[in-house]
Write a protein that binds this ligand. Structure first.
Ligand code: ATP
Length: 356
């Protein structure tokens, strides 16, 4: 697939408060996105994701760097000359226009012929499940339906790049999950290159081909969701995406470590030499607890929570490290109790690169 959206050393500085140093919101970011990809920018508040999105849209002028859509450089173009459309958190639909006119608005601004406007709006309303709602006022719609109008208003323009600024934040949890599935299906059906900003890691993973994790204005890792989860490049990413246990092990051979007296496997070759210590990541669902002596490292159950479909345990190892273990279908095997002695083993441990 050809690269469809390219950021080259993209930078944004804002003037500091009270004459202080400039705030570097986006720090020389490079990113190449293939055509038809759904990318999410994920990161904590203030990491620069909104500023990055707004620069792609043209709402914010870069301090430095370049933005390309295909071969075309767009960073000097006005927003309306860039061929993007953005779905906002606040829906941004016109209260005085009905559903049809809201969706038709952008096409009318572009002076598209009336017949074509009707055809395109009808097709898009069908796509987002709002056929039959044409003459409704926005006030007669639910939050989810209003967000579908906002989405329809963007895709009817057939933009080169579709942008999403936390579009589901105002919806309740159940509707949010439903809408993210709909957005994903629609984006795949249209094959439109999309950039989606969120601070919700589950949303990012469910939606994306590529998750771009940002911190302090830089990209710390860009990877497909499963890679990001299984092979985080740093403690920050491991912690931000899902729950993580961090353990320290001594390298026995390139694929094996000693953790609290247990020989455990690595998911990839150790980044340091035999005899050296390495920081390891393991997800709670990959931690196994056994009652029989001898399997894994010895520990004592410190905390137990039963949550119906799974149980969560905290186990203290002899080294003092506390490991979280999540076990599905806990009723079947019988729950472990607080104070019980257990043996802890894990699926392959992911070694983190040494910190610089
Ligand atoms: P959030 O999830 O809270 O929206 P974000 O990751 O989207 O955060 P940005 O809004 O891009 O972060 O902000 C990045 C940094 O730039 C922050 O330190 C913020 O305070 C600063 N910033 C953003 N807009 C401006 C502005 N107009 N003037 C000055 N500083 C700004």
């Amino acid at each position: 697939m050809p690269v469809d959206l390219r950021l080259v050393r993209l930078r944004k500085e804002f003037p500091g408060h009270d004459g202080g140093p400039n705030v570097v919101a986006v720090n020389d970011v490079d990113l190449a996105i293939e055509k038809g990809t759904m990318v999410t920018l994920l990161g904590p508040s203030g990491c620069g994701k909104t500023t990055l999105l707004r620069m792609i849209a043209g709402f914010e002028e870069p301090t430095g760097g370049e933005i390309y859509f295909g071969d075309k450089r767009v960073d000097r173009l006005a927003p309306n000359a860039r061929d993007t459309a953005m779905v906002f958190q606040s829906y941004a639909i016109f209260p005085h226009l009905d559903v049809f006119e809201n969706v038709a608005f952008g096409l009318r601004m572009k002076r598209v012929a009336e017949k074509s406007v009707r055809e395109r709006v009808d097709r898009v309303l069908e796509l987002v499940g709002l056929a039959g709602f044409e003459r409704r006022a926005p006030s007669q719609l639910s939050g989810g339906q209003q967000q579908r109008v906002a989405l329809a208003r963007c895709i009817v323009l057939e933009p080169h790049v579709l942008l999403f600024d936390e579009p589901l934040s105002n919806l309740d949890a159940k509707l949010r999950e439903q809408m993210r599935v709909e957005i994903r299906e629609l984006q795949q059906r249209l094959g439109v290159t999309s950039v989606y900003v969120t601070h919700d890691q589950a949303e990012a993973m469910a939606l994306s081909d590529l998750v771009v994790v940002m911190n302090a204005g830089t990209i710390v890792q860009a990877a497909p969701p499963q890679d990001l989860y299984a092979r985080p490049s740093s403690r920050f990413v491991a912690d931000f995406v899902g729950k993580a246990n961090f353990l320290t092990g001594a390298v026995l051979d390139p694929n094996t470590v000693d953790v609290a007296g247990a020989r455990l496997r690595l998911s990839s070759a150790a980044p340091v030499g035999v005899g050296e210590t390495v920081e390891l990541v393991v997800r709670p669902e990959a931690v196994l607890l056994e009652r029989e002596a001898g399997k894994g490292a010895k520990g004592v159950v410190e905390r137990v929570a039963f949550l119906g479909n799974h149980a969560e345990y905290a186990v203290r190892l002899a080294t003092g490290d506390v490991v979280e273990a999540h076990e599905t279908n806990p009723a079947e095997r019988g729950m472990f109790g607080v104070g019980e002695e257990v043996w802890v083993s894990t699926g392959p441990l992911h070694p983190l690169p040494p910190r610089r």
